[in-house]
Design a protein around this ligand. Structure first.
Ligand SMILES: NC(=O)c1ccc[n+]([C@@H]2O[C@H](COP(=O)([O-])OP(=O)(O)OC[C@H]3O[C@@H](n4cnc5c(N)ncnc54)[C@H](O)[C@@H]3O)[C@@H](O)[C@H]2O)c1
Length: 239
């Protein structure tokens, strides 16, 4: 029970990596708000599903007021909601560019602008931003996604400094997953997935619970001296 009596907010918590984190965090004793614009695939004890589009500035403030009012202290925030809209640079549309930046970058800011200062005032907390191997190394056909996921690393390092500057233990870290089997890979052709698997030292793609376990470490007191870092969980891959 490494998260006993903790409250966690996980965006994109209805499916994929977010669902795996919500399930594991709740099993470890946390009360979890799984915020997602989509419907949850499954229900779990101590996981409260909350309909939220992270690009909606007003709705994010409303959710923060609700969760902070109900739970008093939010201890963990995982900014996980994210999307892809891939195209080569010369074919990248403004619509694809704006949408990915709005969800993956501004969406991370929209909740943290409330929950970061809240943690600072409440005496501590752990913020985890989900970046990507693509944010670390770039990738062909993903200039919008790479920009957003590299940006998330800069935001994490900034918040690690900003929210701890008064000596309050608010930690902020990023996780950079490699290729993990979720719906987000549905549009990636199998031959490309096989290529990515072969590019890892472990010779396979990852599973959602392997990211959830890394997030649990960063969320818990086991990581009490870990902040401002990027944890790569990618089977030993370099794109
Ligand atoms: N799966 C991978 O291979 C992989 C690799 C690196 C990084 N990531 C990142 O991990 C995160 C989770 O990805 P996943 O693989 O679980 O994807 P997924 O598509 O399975 O799940 C994403 C979830 O986010 C939700 N979501 C999307 N836009 C939203 C919005 N505007 N507001 C609220 N919720 C929204 C979706 O409804 C969905 O439930 C993303 O940020 C993604 O970029 C995934």
């Amino acid at each position: 029970m490494r998260l006993k009596n903790k409250t966690a907010v996980i965006t994109g918590g209805a499916r994929g990596l977010g669902e795996a984190m919500a399930k594991l965090f709740a099993a470890e004793g946390a009360y979890v708000y799984a915020c997602d614009m989509g419907d949850p695939a499954n229900a779990y004890q101590n996981v409260e599903n909350y309909k939220l589009n992270v690009t909606d500035v007003e709705a994010c403030k409303k959710f923060f007021d609700y969760a902070a009012g109900k739970s008093k202290k939010i201890d963990i925030l995982v900014n996980n909601a994210g999307i892809t809209r891939d195209a080569m640079t010369r074919k990248m549309t403004d619509e694809f560019w704006d949408l990915v930046i709005d969800v993956n970058l501004k969406g991370v800011f929209n909740l943290t602008r409330h929950i970061g200062p809240h943690m600072e005032e409440a005496g501590g907390g752990s913020i985890i931003n989900i970046s990507s191997v693509v944010g670390e190394y770039g990738n062909i056909g993903q200039v919008n996604y790479a920009a957003s996921k590299s940006g998330v690393i800069g935001m994490s390092k900034t918040w690690a400094k900003e929210f701890a500057r008064k000596g309050v233990p608010v930690r902020c870290n990023a996780i950079a997953p490699g290729y993990i089997m979720t719906d987000i890979l549905k549009t990636v052709p199998q031959e490309l997935l096989d290529k990515f698997a072969a590019q890892t030292m472990l010779g396979r793609l990852g599973q959602p619970d392997e990211i959830a376990k890394a997030a649990l470490f960063l969320a818990s007191d086991d990581a009490s001296y870990v902040t401002g870092t990027v944890l790569s969980v990618n089977g030993g891959m370099r794109l």
